[in-house]
Write a protein that binds this ligand. Sequence first.
Ligand SMILES: [Zn+2]
Length: 358
Amino acid sequence: MERGIKARAMMLVEPKHFTLTELPTQPVDRGGWLAVEATGISGADIQVWKGEARDVVYPLVPGHEVVGRIATEGPTIPFPIGTRVVVEPRIRCGVCHRCKQSLATCVRRRPSNSYGFIPSIEPPGLWGGLAEYLFIDPDARLHPLTDDVPAEVSTFVHPLAAGHTWAVELPELKTGENVLILGPGPRGLACLIAAKAAGAGWVGVTGLAHDRDRLELAKRLGADLTINVEKEDVGGAIAEAVGRRPDIIVDVTSDDPEAVFTALDLVRSGGRVILASTKGNRAFHFLSDVLVAKQLTIRGAMGASSVGYQWATRQIEIDPRIDDLVSHQFPLSEASRALQAAAGLLGREELISVAVTF
Ligand SMILES: [Zn+2]
């Protein structure tokens, strides 16, 4: 790329207020530049946009589900110019005690180590996917991706990687085990794809009445049962359809404390519960005796592992059904509309997931 080229960037100057700006991509000694091709919009981006995310300093360039092409070479850039890569959101040193345990946060990168959450005041400013160029930090992790996947579809690598981490890797899913996924959002559907691919015996997905299209898609993706929790009793529906309790329950509902109780209540004795969604910092009454009596394992999950990304970059190449999972596509100039769409403010019908493409 030319030296000092300016990148058009959608800067979030305060909650819900984007400004289209230009930021310079100065030459760097370490790291390099990525020409962004597409960026997915996730629930965490919606929180940043609404001003509901904790510890976020504005202004910043949001967007952490990035796919693009290597635009510069350098000692820390592992692929040639032009290589299409998926960028892991979390920038990690790889050697501190947290990184060695595969935790999401890194001791050496505080306060924020995730693309899309780093303030623009931190040089070189381009830390988000809603810009033409993204800074490739020397500690960034990149995964090559085939050119065959359409740009907007390629962003689904990110939820897919999380789905594998949450439904397969963390609960150590074994062939033939039954999995219940609470919430049919992009990550819930990704959990379904990953669990099925890993040989789960039976997979169920729950949702609300307005999730009808997502639940229909879940069926096409191989869900053995979909349950509208506003109409049906989840435990009763599973008892009737399967006759035994799920071995693993993954909570990926959006902001629903009740889902935790549902998971603890319905999982089998000795089962595993993965909690992968936050509850808006709300407290709720919690009876710990059920954990003891049922000898449960509960695990909190945040973000996707590198193993998840390795799996997802291969799966998206071979699974054309994933094309249906990106329902909305917007240009950079319509970033506000992209966020509104992802938040369900432009209608929930037909909404699966949203990408911004360049
Ligand atoms: Zn580290």
